[in-house]
Ligand binder design. Structure first.
Ligand code: PGA
Length: 254
């Protein structure tokens, strides 16, 4: 991954048909070109699996990278319903979201996230590892412990080669899709904790650039409160990435 000033990642989840995804991707490519925004910031779009091929064709040569929302660590075999990271790589993906809280809620474990991170890196894909506490964990006072464990388990035993990079997205689970983001200051404090956990798990060795981003109800109005924090490199955007105007506002104000 090149060294960009900001990283803005769109997570389209399971919200759009392939047709709608293609229309939105075309609109974004055209408007970003008009406004010359694509070259300054690292932009990644993560459509659903069925739309990856068609959206990838639209993004080609645009400077916007393609990402997937998950991927399986085995290359091939009897794994009904899985899509391998290798298949995603062949489709042109450069990034992959791993351990999103919506997947963890469906049973994704820290161990699976770890296996997927290892495989993604071995294929030259940049993993976007999602960590974050639920409302209950926050109320119990275990936020720090939960996040440190998620970072540790996702990265233990993993070596990151020169030139590769890892993105960690701090996403407080209770804020996702709520329309109410946390404060920039709280995000910045948590990001420092994530940074320390990264240093601990990597044992101070072999530590290529770690980019930490924030996610959870990011929009054009609140993005700057996160990106002006020195340790927050960008954002993972769900709802506000589903329309060209709202996503462009996030990009412009980041
Ligand atoms: P949101 O989703 O922006 O709609 O809160 C973010 C995410 O789940 O990555």
């Amino acid at each position: 991954m090149k060294n960009f000033e900001k990283i803005i990642i769109a997570n389209w989840k399971m919200q759009l048909s392939t047709e709608q995804s293609v229309v939105l991707a075309k609109e974004l490519v055209a408007q970003l070109k008009d406004q010359n925004l694509a070259s300054e910031k690292m932009l990644v779009i993560c459509p659903d699996f069925t739309s990856l091929h068609a959206v990838g064709a639209v993004l080609e040569g645009s400077g916007i990278a393609l990402g997937a929302q998950d991927g399986f660590y085995e290359d091939k075999g009897a794994f009904t319903g899985q899509v391998s990271l290798q298949q995603l790589k062949h489709l042109g993906c450069e990034y992959v979201i791993l351990g999103h809280s919506e997947r963890r809620a469906l049973g994704e474990t820290d161990k699976l996230v770890n296996q997927k991170v290892a495989k993604a890196l071995s294929l030259g894909l940049t993993p976007i590892i999602c960590v974050g506490e639920t409302f209950e964990q926050r109320q119990e006072g275990s936020k720090g412990e939960v996040i440190m464990r998620q970072v540790y388990e996702a990265l233990q035993g993993i070596s990151i080669s020169e030139g590769q990079s890892v993105i960690i997205a701090y996403e407080p689970v209770w804020v996702i899709g709520s329309g109410q983001a946390i404060s920039g200051q709280e995000a910045a404090e948590t990001v420092l904790m994530i940074k320390q956990s990264y240093v601990d798990v990597m044992e101070g060795e072999n530590m290529p650039a770690l980019n930490i981003i924030y996610g959870g109800s990011v929009d054009g109005q609140n993005i700057a409160q996160f990106t002006r924090q020195p340790n927050i490199k960008g954002a993972l955007v769900g709802g506000a990435s589903l329309q060209a105007a709202s996503f462009l506002a996030v990009i412009k104000n980041s």
